[in-house]
Design a protein around this ligand. Structure first.
Ligand code: LMR
Length: 399
């Protein structure tokens, strides 16, 4: 039976990372995968995480099963991080939060939940969106459509076109939005734009589904969820999938959650059984370690402060790099205007160069970036910035 198998093409992001690792060029730079790197090019374990791990190691009394919905205290801690204490309290029993294996696990469970609630639903994703949204959500059988999001000429959100398309989304369909730090473009919605989308969702009766993978990596833990909270307090139904991979640096620990806001407690209670059953059928229950770390950090004021300070340092470094990188491209003689990079949020921006130029950067300079021209700004440092900017300018000016 296995002789019938044909290999699949490499994953657009993870495949690039594998190619980078295999490259022997000493000048190689990985601007591909969305992993935060410090000035030395490392992705260190956060100090608050290390400290929490030490405490867990000495205090953990059992490794018994935790159950499909994860640790209740972690679920509440995550809900409070996303929604804030006041909104979380006011939503009461209309809100449920359940631990998932990373944001990816959450997206997959959300897709299965939507398929159960309305198998005919179409999921509307931004054009462009994260490369793994369609594989993760689509394998549950749901259909896709897309709405215009990024204008490659103005390097900003094409809000008018987005709203024109969303105005035709019918009741029962689901619109997937990025909570902050849009992946891959870095172009975020303004609070006014969130409000307009909220008004449209109420008018059209479509359901909003938010992928929140970068809370705290853009403007701050509170500012990054202005849109999420606006919706959570004013729409009848909302799906939020969140990840602790980036803001806690827990990538390999697979720590995420799904939060549902339902019209009433009865629906929330029914929904919770569907989510638990989907988890049980897929992976039985989520891994514990990352969630235990997040729970402890959020419950312990000293660790929480330590974590927030570290996250602020990460955010400030990325925002500073955006400014330096755009300036350095101009100083290196770039004819293109790259100032838009300074305004975007989170780890990603599009360089806006051609596929041919991207291939040249990879093959001739060992500078790896996704074939949409998405770069991870956090991979730039003092040691590689001149090489990266000079190479980009060289490649662009040759075409
Ligand atoms: C990315 O977009 O590069 C990250 O979210 C990593 C991944 O799994 O794709």
């Amino acid at each position: 039976m296995f002789e019938l198998l044909h290999p699949l093409p490499p994953d657009p992001i993870l495949g690039l990372n594998a190619a980078f690792k295999a490259d022997t060029n000493s000048k190689k730079v990985d601007l591909g995968i969305g992993v935060y790197k410090d000035e030395e090019g490392n992705t260190p374990v956060m100090k608050a995480v290390k400290e929490a791990e030490k405490r867990i190691l000495t205090s953990q009394a059992t490794k018994a099963y935790i159950g499909p919905t994860g640790a209740p205290a972690y679920n509440e801690a995550v809900a409070e991080l996303i929604l804030g204490p006041a909104l979380k309290t006011s939503l009461g029993g209309r809100r449920i939060t359940m631990q998932t294996p990373g944001g990816c696990g959450g997206l997959r469970i959300a897709a299965e939940f939507i398929a159960q609630a309305n198998g005919g639903a179409t999921i509307w994703v931004s054009d462009p969106t994260w490369a793994n949204h369609k594989p993760l959500i689509g394998s549950s059988g749901l259909k896709f459509n897309s709405y215009p999001y990024y204008n490659y000429e103005t390097h900003s959100v094409d809000f008018d076109s987005m709203m024109t398309t969303l105005a035709h989304v019918p009741k029962g369909d689901v619109v997937l939005l990025h909570g902050c730090c849009h992946n891959p473009s870095g172009a975020d919605l303004t609070p006014d734009q969130w409000q307009s989308i909220r008004d449209l969702a109420l008018k059209q009766n479509f359901t909003i589904f938010i992928d929140l993978a970068y809370q705290g990596m853009g403007d701050g833990l509170e500012d990054d969820v202005i849109g999420v909270r606006l919706l959570a307090e004013s729409v009848p139904e909302l799906i939020i999938v969140s990840s602790c991979s980036k803001n806690f640096g827990l990538y390999r620990e697979r720590t995420g959650a799904i939060t549902l806001i339902c019209q009433n407690e009865r629906e929330a209670s029914a929904a919770s059984t569907l989510i638990a059953a989907a988890a049980r059928a897929n992976y039985s229950m989520p891994p514990d370690h990352g969630a235990a770390i997040v729970q402890l950090i959020r419950e312990d004021p000293t660790l929480n402060l330590m974590w927030q300070e570290e996250l602020k340092e990460i955010r400030n470094r990325i925002n500073g790099l955006r400014i330096t990188f755009a300036n350095r491209l101009t100083e290196s003689g770039a004819q293109h205007d790259f100032s838009f990079i300074q305004k975007e949020k989170g780890m990603f921006s599009f360089l806006g160069i051609t596929k041919n130029q991207i291939q040249k950067l990879i093959n001739e300079y060992a500078i790896y970036l996704v074939d949409s021209s998405r770069i991870n700004v956090a991979s730039i440092n003092d040691g590689n910035i001149n090489y990266v900017t000079n190479s980009i300018v060289e490649v662009i000016s040759k075409e």
